[in-house]
Structures are given as structure tokens and as C-alpha cells.
Ligand binder design. Structure first.
Ligand code: AMP
Ligand code: ZN
Length: 114
């Protein structure tokens, strides 16, 4: 499948890895919108939030726990951070492999990715 984040998950395209476990990978966004801007993805291809199914409910939990680890690793646990998922055209989703943006490291105000 021609999916850039699948290729990152498989190591075919390089990324700046922040965290990885069996099911999840987190890496720095290539065009950071904040001092800390990390993307957290499932290794399994899920195109968007609309594709989540009950069979993947454990994977959803893995992503949330990975986000907590990423916050710790990037040093924003106490200072605060924002988790965002863009779903579909009106939200400006560009990459159709599910990802959570973790933004932090500065006062965010109304800042959102893209
Ligand atoms: P979205 O608009 O929510 O689909 O966000 C896609 C994000 O992926 C954007 O913030 C891009 O900067 C980021 N991105 C695209 N290609 C790469 C890449 N090769 N490595 C890291 N981040 C990427
Ligand atoms: Zn994919």
C-alpha cells in the first residue's frame, strides 16, 4: 500500500523516533507547529478516525497510553500538552493513516496543526 506512515512504521522512510512498542510508533512531525510536535500512529493501517472498529479497541487504548509516554519523554507531562486528530477534509487531514498530534513545549492558545 502506498502510505507514507506505513512506510515510516516499516522503516522504509526514516523518521525521528520518539517512542515505539509492538503496536505503536511515535516520531517528530517534519513540520513542527509547536516547540514539541510529535505524531503517534498505530503500526496497523487505519485510514482515519472513521475506520476505528470494536476489534481495534485495545489498539486505541495503546495509542492513548503511548501519548502519555511521549509526553513524559518530550518533557511536557507537567507543563501540559494538546492531543489532536484531524479527521477528513474539513479538519484538514492530509495523511490518511491515523495519527494523533501531540503539541506542547509552549503556550498553545488556539494553535492547531496545519
Ligand atoms: P494531518 O494534517 O493531521 O493529516 O497531519 C499530517 C502531518 O504529518 C503534518 O503535520 C505533516 O507535517 C506530517 N508529516 C508528513 N510527512 C511526514 C514525514 N515524512 N515525517 C514526519 N511528519 C510528516
Ligand atoms: Zn498506512
Amino acid at each position: 500500500m502506498d502510505c507514507i506512515f506505513c512506510k515510516i512504521a516499516q522503516g522504509i522512510i526514516p523518521s525521528k523516533k520518539v517512542y515505539e512498542n509492538e503496536h505503536v510508533l511515535a516520531f517528530h512531525d517534519i513540520q513542527p507547529a509547536a516547540e514539541v510536535h510529535t505524531l503517534i500512529i498505530p503500526k496497523k493501517h487505519i485510514a482515519s478516525h472513521n475506520e476505528w472498529d470494536t476489534v481495534d479497541v485495545a489498539l486505541l487504548g495503546e495509542l492513548m497510553l503511548a501519548a502519555k509516554e511521549v509526553a513524559k519523554i518530550t518533557g511536557v507531562t507537567e507543563s501540559g500538552y494538546r492531543l489532536i486528530n484531524n479527521c477528513g477534509a474539513d479538519a484538514g487531514q492530509v495523511v490518511f493513516h491515523y495519527h494523533i498530534h501531540l503539541l506542547g513545549g509552549q503556550t498553545l492558545g488556539g494553535l492547531v496543526p496545519n
